[in-house]
Structures are given as C-alpha cells and as structure tokens.
Design a protein around this ligand. Sequence first.
Ligand SMILES: NC(=O)c1ccc[n+]([C@@H]2O[C@H](COP(=O)([O-])OP(=O)(O)OC[C@H]3O[C@@H](n4cnc5c(N)ncnc54)[C@H](OP(=O)(O)O)[C@@H]3O)[C@@H](O)[C@H]2O)c1
Length: 228
Amino acid sequence: MDLLNKNAIVTGSSRGIGKAITESLLEEGTTVIGWNRTKPGFEHERFHAIQVDIADEHEVRRAFEETLDLVGKEIQILINNAGIGYKGTTEEMPASEWRRLFNVNVHGLFYTTQQVIPLMKEMKEGHIINISSGAGTTGIAGMVAYCGTKHAVHGISHALHAELRYDGIKVTCLSPGSVHSNFSKEMGSPPSKTNKMRPEDIAYSVVHALKAHPNYHYVDMEVRPLQP
Ligand SMILES: NC(=O)c1ccc[n+]([C@@H]2O[C@H](COP(=O)([O-])OP(=O)(O)OC[C@H]3O[C@@H](n4cnc5c(N)ncnc54)[C@H](OP(=O)(O)O)[C@@H]3O)[C@@H](O)[C@H]2O)c1
C-alpha cells in the first residue's frame, strides 16, 4: 500500500512503540488518529489525538465517530498496539487485574477492529496490524495473564486473516521480543539491563509490512534483539 494520504488509527500512540509507529507513518505522509487514555505530548498537522479507553466498548464507538468526523470514512490502516502487562504470581494476582488485562489487550482489540471492518470491506482495502509479543507463543513464569492475552491476540490475528483475506483486507500479527519503552515500568518491574530493541525498529517493520504488494502478505512477523 502506498502510505501517502492514507488514514491510520494507532491505539497507544502516546509513547513507546505506538509513538514510534505514529512518527514513521507521519513521515510517510499518512494521517494518524491516535487513540489513548491520556493526551500525547506531541503535535503534528496530520496527527489527531482522541482520548479513549479501548477497554470500554461505548467509548470506542464514540472515538470511532469522532475519527470519522475528522478524516471521513476512508480508514485504510488500524494498528492495534495499546496493551498493558502484569507481573506477579497467579495465586496472588487480583482477579480485577486479570480482567483488566483481558479487557484492554483482547476485548479492546475486538472493539476497535469491529469498527473498521465494514469500511475496509467497502473499500476492498485495509491493513490491520495487531501487536502481540514473544509472550504470545511461549510461556513466561509470573506473566500468565499477559501470556494468555498475547496468545489470544495471536490466534485472533490468524483467524481474522483467514476471515478477511478475500475482502482485500490484510491482518498481520507482529510479535516483538523486549523493546525499550515504559512498558516494564508500568508493570512495576525494575529497569532491566538487557539489550532491548528500539521502538523505531518495530515501526520500521510495521511500515515495511504496510508497503508490501497487494498480493504479498506478512501473516506473522517475529522480531527479536539479536543479542539480548
Ligand atoms: N515493550 C516491550 O518489551 C513489548 C514487547 C512485546 C510486545 N509489546 C506490546 O507492544 C504494545 C505497546 O507497548 P509499549 O512497550 O509501547 O508500552 P507503553 O510504553 O506502556 O505504551 C502503551 C501505550 O498504550 C496506551 N494504552 C494503555 N492502555 C490503554 C487503554 N486502555 N486505552 C487506550 N490506550 C491505552 C498508553 O497510553 P495511555 O496510558 O495514555 O492510555 C500508551 O500509549 C503493547 O501491546 C505491548 O504488549 C511490548
């Protein structure tokens, strides 16, 4: 897809991986509508910020209406990036935290995706990229709920790809290993000394997948630091 003059929704665009994806898309000439709970600390003439908690279906509907008011009905790209983690043993994990993780990482992704599908079907064009994780294909002690949500993102992405491919809609699952961001801090983890990937490298993979020929499709992308 040629990214010039296209419209993209990026969830979790205020920092980390989502911010890097947003910046790369803006460089390509795409208009970006960023969905976050808080207002991002940057501005651009083609960047529109909408405050929304993607875990709330009604808020997502309202955010989508606001998005249509801003850019019209042609939304070619959805990057389902917003996500949260939790570190702690299963027996100690509050059930409310378990639900919060699934509400944001899994149900939120469903709410956003459901909004864009009819428009993409009408255009016979669209690309949805779901940010999963290395935790989406393996098990990590102390991150059972997070692994569960990211395994779900993996399975949902594959099934969506099968469901939407003949409508001209691409669905990609991008699964990074550790990336430099506030993600671990948000979970309350101490800063790690590992050699993590840069958010801009994940953004590079996103742009690369989006630019592929219409009949060439990345179903799954796994990216890891070479020497963690
Ligand atoms: N960092 C890693 O090592 C790593 C590795 C593999 C996969 N991932 C995945 O990559 C994605 C982005 O992670 P990151 O490292 O960039 O994390 P981050 O720095 O913590 O950023 C998370 C972003 O998501 C937004 N967000 C969180 N909850 C939200 C909600 N309920 N509604 C709307 N927006 C919400 C945040 O903005 P607000 O707080 O303003 O809402 C923020 O912009 C996540 O899905 C994560 O699971 C991260």
